[in-house]
Design a protein around this ligand. Structure first.
Ligand code: MRU
Length: 361
């Protein structure tokens, strides 16, 4: 996607230095565009843990490069894998990318062989992510086209939560891919963007992405969606996923479940867009089996924003009040109208998923 007309990805190899990977420090967006260089496992792990990079596919891609750094540094692969896996527990892409690297690297013995193979695999993971997100866009487009026709050509209003855009992936995004595809196909769409407290990925990142691509949108406080749905102002909801069980339960950014409940109550279709790297084929029960990340209370208690030219943090709450910070929640499959994957659209159910991915039977 583009920033000020210039094509970007969310992560890329430094064109003049193969030992360096570049990322956008997403903590500073939308106010500052700062590129950061990663050169070690420790730096990759820190970037994931402290959310310089975030979003399920992007943390998977960053971890894949982290394993490449482990090879360059001659580190013990299992220790590096553990260090990377421990950074964030919910998004399964992270463990998936690390495992994928381990499987390929373990049989290799020389560090030159390992480094070359790890770099190639990290680049392949990034390219696959781009291709899968583009395919999600193609498979999601007909859903928006159908609504556009049913509305006799009127604007289609979509609600999304958090940032499941290109910044959360390598390019295109998951939830945003059908939106960009519809917009590019000339279908009038308007996106309601949930601010997504406490880190405000919707207000800061999704809004910025949509603005860069010229997609009409409106930022709303997290509690507004239900009201809009009751008044017929949302035609569909599309969100991303951090981990989906083989039965179609979906863990996504905290607050997703409440949007799914409101959508269900109001007959609004609720779609989840996800690449297969976000599916955990080992588990069936999202509520019981998906670990939910808890982060520091300061993310709830403080707000970051621009004060004149200066990025600053302010305390919002009584200083002494404790705060709890659950990062994700689980939306049971019964509330999900359908899943949009790189292989097509299906019901949020085990048989339907297996018909698209028969290799996991
Ligand atoms: O905590 P974050 O910002 O990493 O959470 C991101 C989300 O919850 C996204 O909605 C999800 O990863 C899907 S990303 C395509």
């Amino acid at each position: 996607m583009k920033i000020d007309g210039q094509p970007y990805r969310s992560i890329w190899l430094h064109p003049e230095d193969e030992r360096c990977v570049r990322i956008i420090d997403q903590r500073l967006l939308p106010h500052q565009l700062q590129i950061e260089d990663l050169r070690s496992v420790a730096a990759a792990a820190r970037a994931i843990r402290e959310m310089h990079v975030r979003g399920a596919p992007l943390i998977g891609a960053t971890a894949a490069y982290g394993m490449y750094f482990a090879c360059l540094e001659g580190q013990d692969l299992d220790q590096a894998a553990e260090q990377l896996r421990a950074t964030r527990p919910t998004a399964v892409d992270l463990a998936w990318a690390v495992e994928r690297q381990l499987r390929i690297l373990r049989p290799l013995t020389t560090s030159t062989e390992r480094s070359a193979r790890a770099l190639a695999e990290a680049q392949l993971i990034c390219q696959e992510s781009i291709d899968y997100c583009a395919a999600i866009g193609r498979h999601g487009l007909p859903l928006i086209e159908a609504l556009h026709q049913r509305k006799a050509g009127e604007t289609v209003h979509v609600l999304t939560h958090c940032n499941a855009g290109w910044l959360a992936c390598v390019d295109h995004g998951t939830a945003t891919a059908p939106l960009y595809a519809a917009h590019d196909a000339g279908i009038p769409i308007h996106v309601w963007v949930d601010e997504t407290r406490p880190r405000n990925q919707g207000a800061r990142l999704t809004a910025w992405e949509l603005l860069q691509h010229g997609v009409p949108h409106t930022i709303i406080a997290d509690n507004v969606g239900g009201h809009l749905m009751q008044h017929g102002q949302v035609d569909l909801v599309i969100v991303g996923s951090d981990r989906t069980t083989r039965t179609g339960d979906v863990a996504n950014k905290i607050g997703t479940y409440l949007k799914a409940l409101a959508a269900y109550d109001n007959g609004v279709p609720f779609y989840v867009a996800l690449p297969s790297s976000s599916i955990d084929w080992k588990i069936r029960d999202g509520l019981a089996d998906i670990p939910i990340e808890q982060r520091g209370a300061e993310e709830v208690k403080y707000l970051q924003g621009l004060d004149g030219e200066r990025l600053t943090k302010v305390l919002l709450t009584p200083e002494a009040s404790p705060a709890a910070n659950y990062g994700f929640d689980v939306t049971p499959s019964r509330l999900v109208t359908g899943l949009i994957t790189e292989r097509g659209f299906c019901a949020a159910a085990e048989e339907a998923l297996l018909s698209l991915f028969p290799e996991h039977r």
